[in-house]
Design a protein around this ligand. Structure first.
Ligand code: PNW
Length: 448
């Protein structure tokens, strides 16, 4: 694989997954603090109270990022640190991110900052959360102070991370915070997230006159039918609508997919929440498009399921999450996005794998993770040869961290975290990635 000198290599994290210090620096609870307290929602009722204690260990973590040699680091801001209560700006919370961004810049690392990586303040949730259209205003107030206090220190802004997860896993499937199971709520929540995205893009450009690049990150999963049957193909189309098109269409075409609107209408009371001008705002042009890629979907027809879809058994090799390893399907996805949706520069804002890592003699031999990342980086390199214009790659994740409903049971890091001592240990994948970054793609086998 080969990458040109402008290609940016990075690594990524998010606030709730690594920071800890849940009740320090003026922070108040988010929906994830609440969700973790509900028995049965998170593996062994783990929570982010301490996590990787990054809030106190950020200097050590910056040193690791520097030693990795990456060009850029993607982190997110915890909204409840910035607005612990409605309308109440907390300077101390902002200082933490200003310091973090400044220190990264001093080390020559470009900060890429996500505004919303799922830690909605509880005060907002108590007023209806994302289901309430006022959430757009709350988000704008939050975005405004972030832009005001941080814009000069940030290289790129990401408004939202994976509204599919925040919206559908959170309000429809009930497996992410706030744990609701109501499609009507979910489509409203998604709409308000997307609307707040478009409003924030406009705000940065018009109100601040900023030229800092801004975009949104979607998690996309190309979906395939189990067989060629008409029913399986219908199932794949519906699943693609639910996972991908419900987000891609409004952001890039300014419309929701009509087939999905019809399918959803059994549960969605009405679409009155889509007001005049909303879709135009949602489709406000961005500067780049962020994609998180982990796996593909394989589905078959199931008449018992409302969307006529069910995950099908596949014989692909899997990661520790049980997700299919699918670098070729990743290529299909990018080609499709280029054909059907956008010419914007693409950043892979997350890609990586969880495995059952063990420390042996002070080392972690995570060859499977190296293989996974290598396959996907090779795909990025191949896609760029085809002219797909992927400008950067962020490995998920810098550190083992709080993997949402799986708690600390799943390790995505290239740096191992001992949660008893908070010791950080470089896995083989981190050593390997540092070599890739240094040599812009070419690397000798570890033991050569
Ligand atoms: C993403 N799914 O989450 C998030 O952006 C990260 O915070 C997370 O740690 C990472 O991927 C690994 O999971 C996802 O169920 C969570 O399809 C769940 C799904 C996809 C992405």
């Amino acid at each position: 694989m080969k990458f040109n000198k402008d290609f940016t290599f990075g690594t990524a994290t998010s606030s709730y997954q690594i920071e800890g210090a849940h009740n320090e620096g003026g922070r108040t609870p988010s929906i994830w603090d609440m969700f973790c307290d509900i028995p049965g929602k998170v593996h062994e009722q783990h929570n982010g109270n301490v996590a990787c204690n990054h809030y106190h260990r950020y200097e050590e973590d910056i040193q690791i990022i520097k030693d990795l040699g990456v060009d850029t680091y993607r982190f997110s801001i915890a909204w409840p640190r910035i607005f612990p209560a409605k309308g109440q700006f907390n300077e101390e919370g902002m200082v933490f991110y200003q310091t973090l961004a400044k220190r990264l810049r001093e080390e020559g690392i470009k900060p890429a900052v996500t505004l919303y990586h799922w830690d909605l303040p509880m005060w907002a949730h108590e007023e209806g959360g994302w289901v309430n259209r006022d959430s757009v205003e709350w988000f704008m107030d939050y975005a405004r102070v972030c832009f005001r206090e941080l814009d000069g220190l940030v290289d790129s802004w990401i408004t939202h991370n994976e509204p599919w997860c925040a919206g559908f896993l959170g309000y429809h499937m009930g497996v992410h915070a706030p744990g609701h199971t109501n499609l009507d709520e979910a489509v409203r929540a998604v709409h308000h997230m997307l609307l707040s995205h478009g409003e924030a893009v406009n705000m940065l450009k018009n109100e601040f006159g900023s030229t800092t690049s801004i975009g949104i990150t979607l998690n996309l999963s190309p979906v395939y039918p189990k067989t060629d049957s008409v029913n399986d193909r219908l199932a794949a189309n519906n699943s693609d609508g639910y996972s991908n098109r419900w987000f891609l269409d409004p952001v890039f075409r300014g419309s929701y997919p009509v087939d999905m609107m019809n399918l959803f209408s059994k549960y969605v009371h009405n679409y009155d929440f889509i007001q005049e001008g909303d879709l135009q705002t949602i489709s406000t042009p961005c500067d780049f498009f962020g994609i998180n890629f982990y796996s593909r979907g394989l589905v078959e027809f199931n008449a018992a399921n409302d969307f006529l879809t069910q995950g099908a058994h596949s014989d692909y090799e899997k990661t520790g999450m049980g997700w299919d390893i699918a670098p070729n399907e990743f290529k299909d996805l990018i080609r499709r996005l280029r054909n059907e949706y956008t010419d914007l520069p693409i950043y892979i804002t997350e890609n990586g794998a969880a495995y059952d890592d063990k420390v042996e003699d002070g080392r972690v031999h995570d060859q499977l993770r190296i293989d996974y990342v290598e396959k996907h980086l090779q795909a990025v390199s191949d896609l760029n040869e085809e002219g797909m214009n992927i400008q950067g790659y962020y490995l998920w994740s810098l550190l083992d961290n709080f993997e949402w409903s799986f708690g600390y049971d799943k390790r995505f890091g290239i740096i191992y975290v001992n949660y008893e001592t908070q010791e950080r240990i470089w896995k083989d994948s981190a050593l390997w990635y540092a070599d890739i970054v240094k040599n812009r793609g070419s690397v000798l086998p570890l033991n050569a």
